[in-house]
Design a protein around this ligand. Structure first.
Ligand SMILES: [Cu+2]
Length: 219
């Protein structure tokens, strides 16, 4: 009986801790899960779904996060960044300009909000270099319903026409919406104007945010 109880506690913990990882293209921090990259001796981390700005909740536009989700206070290059501890000198996928590429994201925590996929055509990747890609739903934002179960997101992203690069970066940017905050212009903000002064709502202001970066080539 005790063993059973322990088992379920462990399961519950895993569920609480799981957030979001990028499996396609394989991110620097998830590369170790792929046999094809074993020769690079990638660093392993079971919390590749928790590159979450050291859990500093982010405004919709916010620079208190490492470019690839590391703690912003870490010295650069941070672990998940170009030439950081997880980075390997490899392009995990090669595409052609303008191609519609597969995107596979995995989450075990229903935090609502939504995901964006960003693209930078050079390394080292910089915040200003990233642009949003159009996803399989025709939008640059993939909404996630708060309270839904596990997410296995299989979609696509459209690379820019005419852009080639030996070293470019795809980034997952997932910002949840399960916290109450002061109303702001966040896309996820469900402002209740009668909730107080200042008014607040779910998904407003600061929210847990997760990132992952993958190295690709476009020919
Ligand atoms: Cu969380």
């Amino acid at each position: 009986m005790r063993a059973v109880t322990l088992f379920f506690c462990a399961l519950a913990l895993a569920t609480v801790e799981g957030h979001m990882r990028m499996l396609e293209p394989p991110s620097r921090t998830s590369m170790w899960r792929f046999e094809e990259f074993a020769y690079l001796n990638p660093e392993q981390t079971a919390t590749d779904d928790e590159f979450w700005c050291a859990n500093i909740r982010q405004f919709e536009s916010d620079e208190r996060c490492g470019i690839c989700g590391d703690p912003v206070a870490d010295p650069t290059p941070r672990a998940a960044e170009y030439r950081g501890r997880f980075w390997r000198d490899v392009s995990v996928r090669t595409f052609t300009a303008g191609q519609t590429i597969p995107i596979h994201l995995e989450s075990y925590a229903p935090h609502g909000g939504g995901v964006e996929v960003h693209f930078c055509d050079t390394v080292p990747e910089t915040e200003g270099c990233f642009r949003k890609l159009v996803l399989g739903n025709g939008d640059t934002f993939w909404p996630m319903r708060l309270g839904d179960g596990d997410f296995d997101i299989q979609t696509t992203a459209k690379l820019p026409d005419g852009v080639t690069c030996e070293h470019c970066v795809i980034r997952m940017h997932y910002r949840g919406a399960q916290h109450w905050g002061n109303c702001d212009s966040s896309r996820t903000c469900e402002c209740d104007p009668n909730s107080g002064n200042p008014p607040g709502g779910m998904g407003c202001s600061e929210q847990q945010t997760f990132r992952a970066c993958a190295d690709i080539t476009i020919r």
